[in-house]
Design a protein around this ligand. Structure first.
Ligand code: ADP
Length: 255
């Protein structure tokens, strides 16, 4: 591809919630253009790690950087400027708006500067509107959502809603995309489509890190996998390497 995704470097992150140590000295390196899986039993700290990288939680110690620029301790809007976007485990869509408007809102947030620039010209507003609509329609097309553009998300199958959530995250043109359990609630066919979508996103110059419980998807999709247990990294390697590690098998048996 012309563009290659951003790197993600997590160095010695620890996070404490009152008495509880949710993350303990977690480090991992994600190479540009990689698809990385983050797996582990419930409560092992996966979502906390995402929440720290995306500025929702502060760190107790350690840091994370995207393409060498520190992202920990920044605000969400600064993170999208640094090329970082994410989805959430529970869908965060505007249920009553149309699918197209859901994408338009995401685009609008990421292009306020463009809007101000256009406002300096008399035809500015019209042009900004037209550009946003064209970009929204491009995204809908890319994610196979064109047929549902006028529908309300809540009226659509869950798999389509998940796809819309990814399209919204892609509206900010990220170079690193974090997906929190993207296959949750999907049927087998939808999981297959999700795999194709993630590969297409990577081919477009985006590094992808996904938290996922669907091991079939992790094994077939991810270049490397990081396994967390009780807030620490217990294994890191290719899917085939980590799947046979005794400590990984043990962590899952205890889940
Ligand atoms: P996972 O995503 O692997 O299931 P989490 O990151 O959600 O795990 O949780 C890791 C640990 O941190 C759990 O024990 C959880 O209860 C705790 N935790 C997560 N968020 C908070 C919070 N905001 N306040 C207190 N404890 C939390």
């Amino acid at each position: 591809p012309d563009r290659v995704g951003a790197s993600l470097e997590i160095s010695g992150i620890s996070k404490q919630f009152r008495g509880l140590r949710a993350l303990d000295d977690v480090s991992m390196s994600v190479a540009p253009g990689e698809i990385r899986g983050v797996v582990g039993p419930n409560g092992s700290g996966k979502t906390t790690l995402f929440n720290i990288v995306t500025g929702i939680y502060g760190v107790s110690s350690g840091s994370a950087s995207v393409d060498g620029r520190v992202v920990t301790g920044r605000r969400p809007h600064q993170l999208s400027q640094l090329g970082l976007a994410r989805t959430f485990q529970n869908l965060r869509l505007f249920g009553q708006m149309t699918v197209r408007d859901n994408v338009l809102v995401a685009l609008d947030r990421s292009s306020m500067l463009a809007v101000w620039r256009y406002l300096l010209w008399p035809v500015g507003i019209w042009r900004a509107e037209r550009d946003l609509r064209a970009r929204a329609d491009d995204l809908l097309e890319r994610f196979g959502l064109t047929d549902f553009a006028e529908a309300a998300p809540t009226s659509l199958p869950y798999g389509i809603q998940r796809r819309l959530e990814i399209a919204r995250a892609m509206a900010t043109q990220p170079r690193l995309l974090l997906l929190d359990e993207p296959a949750a609630g999907l049927n087998g066919q939808e999981v297959g489509q999700l795999g194709e979508i993630v590969r297409a996103i990577r081919a477009d110059g985006v590094t992808v890190v996904l938290i996922e419980h669907n091991m079939g998807l992790v094994m077939s999709l991810c270049d490397r996998v990081t396994v967390l247990a009780s807030g620490g990294v217990i294994a890191d390697g290719t899917p085939a390497e980590v799947a046979v590690r005794p400590e990984v098998i043990e962590a899952y048996l205890g889940d």
